[in-house]
Design a protein around this ligand. Structure first.
Ligand code: SME
Length: 158
C-alpha cells in the first residue's frame, strides 16, 4: 500500500481528541469521562472490536469499567493478562498476536491483536488501563499508541 494511501487511511487522532474534548468539557466524573472516551474511540475505527477501561479498584486488582463490544471479564488481577501487564509495569502493551502472549485472557475467541495503555490521573497515579481488542492480526501501530496516549493524558491527567 502506498504511503499516501496509508496516510489517508490513518485514524485522525487530533480530530478525535477535539471531539472528545468538546463532549467532556467541564466534566470531572471519571466514569462519565471513561464512557465518553470509550464510545468515541470505539466507533472511530472498524479495527476496534472491543474497547474499554479496567479500573484500579484495590491493591493489584482491576475491575471492568465502561466498555463497548461483547461481554468483558469483570476482574483482572495485575498478575494476569495483557491488562495486568500494563497495570503492573505501568507501560504500553501492543500485542500483534494474542495467541503468543503468555497468559492472555480471551474475552472473545475472535480476538487476534490488542493494545493496552496505562491511564494516569493528574497526580500521576495509575487509575485504570485502556484496552482495545481487534479481530485483525497486528492491527495496532505506534500512531495508535501515540494518539491514544495523548487523548488519555488530556482527559484524565491534564
Ligand atoms: N485480553 C485482556 C482481557 C480483557 S478482554 O479482552 C475484554 C487481557 O489479556 O488482559
Amino acid at each position: 500500500m502506498s504511503v499516501a494511501v496509508t496516510e489517508t487511511l490513518r485514524l485522525d487522532y487530533a480530530a478525535l481528541s477535539r471531539t472528545i474534548r468538546a463532549l467532556t468539557e467541564g466534566e470531572t466524573d471519571e466514569v462519565a469521562l471513561m464512557a465518553t472516551v470509550v464510545c468515541e474511540v470505539h466507533h472511530a475505527d472498524s479495527r476496534f472490536d472491543w474497547t474499554g477501561f479496567y479500573r484500579v479498584t484495590g491493591p493489584e486488582m482491576l475491575k471492568i469499567g465502561p466498555y463497548q463490544g461483547g461481554h468483558g471479564c469483570l476482574q483482572i488481577p495485575f498478575s494476569r493478562g495483557v491488562c495486568g501487564a500494563a497495570a503492573r509495569e505501568k507501560s504500553l502493551q501492543v500485542v500483534d498476536d494474542v495467541h503468543s502472549f503468555p497468559g492472555h485472557i480471551a474475552c472473545a475467541s475472535s480476538t487476534r491483536s490488542e493494545i493496552v495503555l496505562p491511564v494516569f490521573n493528574n497526580a500521576d497515579e495509575l487509575i485504570a488501563v485502556f484496552d482495545i481488542d481487534s479481530d485483525q492480526p497486528a492491527a495496532f501501530t505506534q500512531h495508535d499508541a501515540d494518539g491514544l496516549s495523548a487523548i488519555l493524558r488530556e482527559v484524565f491527567a491534564d
